[in-house]
Design a protein around this ligand. Structure first.
Ligand code: MTE
Length: 395
């Protein structure tokens, strides 16, 4: 900004007039100047918008929490705004001996029970799925935006199963069923339920879930791909075998290089991405920038993130911002002085199990290039001499 800038020299309208009264906007909205930051659909990706996805604008977010209104959406049959007084949640058994007292809960019943609040990421298994074969989309919103992170509040599913007298020794799996028209049903291994991590949740970031995200009740399955986080949750059945439903036998399966399909690979492996600078942005000038991004692992905490500005030849350890939580997004930052020459920005995350995020060469050697799900490869952003940032792939 040059000397004589009128915006610092002259009186401003906002400094010389009366502002808006309180409660002018009873449920607050973002500034009108922030309207460009929005969930977006990828044109041509799906045929109908009710069976589609909207991507979260990761490039414009700070910290680790996704504002509820920007949480990505993935619906198989559209979203509903269910009347909570009419919503019911049922627990029963595949065989009568699995659940002593099958029960139907109202929302009031569930809200009376002891709750927990926990911060977790949710990532659709298909996140980055368009990039398996080659570069397909221009921005981090489309490459990685099927990812969000919230504080969720709810009752551990284990508590509810115990309330119904479920036989947690005989049970090996549960089936979770959604109340929308998509017949969304997913098998959840009982170990995850017994750990107390799986929640029957109604709260998201301090308020009730948004309708798009499953209001009034959804399943939270930390570390597991988004499809298992069944929205508009209406039933959990206790059983002793995987159910092989349509969304685990035909969809959400990994096509392997030998042409076989792999089922039930539900954990989201360690992954990271630089959100700024990222594809579609332009660096205004050479000099100081902060490289910033997100890292996560479905197996626990992120241990470290390394950043390269030369396409993976040299790596520098980034700073992890706190808090670093299990199965939650972690924000990393690294100062960078851009010398104005072309650069290739990458991040590589390692989780507490020692798993290191693979490059595209490594990932394709193991998984081929024609899959849809579970692409956790290292992302590369190319910075051109004019400052333009674009999506490229490096093996
Ligand atoms: N649950 C129901 N009942 N119906 C759905 O279409 N979509 C699933 C899952 N739960 C879905 C559902 C998929 S594929 C994903 S990735 C997540 O919800 C997306 O959750 P979100 O829309 O809150 O981001």
């Amino acid at each position: 900004v040059s000397v004589g800038d009128p915006d610092i020299l002259n009186p401003t309208p906002w400094g010389s007039s009366l502002g808006q009264p309180v409660a002018a906007s009873p449920y607050g909205q973002p500034s009108k100047h922030e309207r460009g930051l929005a969930r977006r659909q990828s044109p041509g990706l799906t045929q109908v918008a009710a069976a589609s996805v909207s991507f979260a604008p990761l490039q414009g977010l700070f910290g680790i929490i996704t504002p509820s209104g920007l949480h990505f959406e993935r619906h198989h049959q559209g979203w509903q705004d269910i009347d909570p007084t009419r919503h019911r949640f049922m627990i029963d058994g595949a065989r009568p001996e699995f659940v002593k007292t099958p029960k139907v809960y109202t929302m009031d019943d569930i809200l009376r029970l002891p709750s927990v609040s926990r911060m977790h990421f949710i990532e659709c298994g298909a996140n980055t799925g368009m990039e398996w074969g080659n570069v397909a989309v221009p921005t981090v919103q489309y490459t990685h935006g099927m990812l969000s992170c919230s504080e969720f509040t709810g009752v551990p599913l284990r508590t509810l199963l115990e309330d119904c007298g479920a036989d947690l020794k005989a049970a090996t799996y549960v089936l979770a069923e959604g109340g929308d028209g998509s017949s969304m049903t997913r098998t959840i291994p009982i170990e995850l339920v017994l750990s107390g991590e799986v929640l029957v949740a109604y709260g998201q970031n301090g308020e009730m879930l948004r309708p798009e995200n499953g209001y009034p009740l959804r399943l939270i399955v930390p570390g597991v791909q988004g499809v298992s986080w069944v929205k508009w949750l209406r039933r959990v059945e206790v059983g002793d075998r995987p159910y092989a439903t349509k969304d685990e036998a035909v969809h959400y399966i990994d096509l392997m290089p030998d042409g076989q399909h792999r089922q039930y690979s539900s954990i989201q492996e360690c992954k990271s991405v630089i959100t700024t600078p990222s594809g579609g942005q332009t660096l205004v000038d050479k000099g100081y920038f902060t490289i910033s991004g997100l890292a996560w692992s479905g197996r626990g905490k992120v241990k470290r993130v390394d950043v390269s500005v030369d396409g993976g030849v040299n790596w520098v350890e980034a700073t992890l911002q706190t808090p670093v939580l299990s199965k939650c997004l972690t924000r990393f930052i690294l100062p960078w002085n851009w010398d104005g020459k072309p650069a290739l920005l990458q991040s590589r995350a390692t989780d507490e199990t020692g798993f290191v995020q693979p490059g595209y060469g490594q990932l394709r050697a193991a998984r081929g290039s024609r899959s849809i799900y579970h692409n956790n490869a290292i992302q590369t952003w190319q910075v051109a001499e004019n400052g333009d940032v674009s999506n490229v792939q490096i093996l």
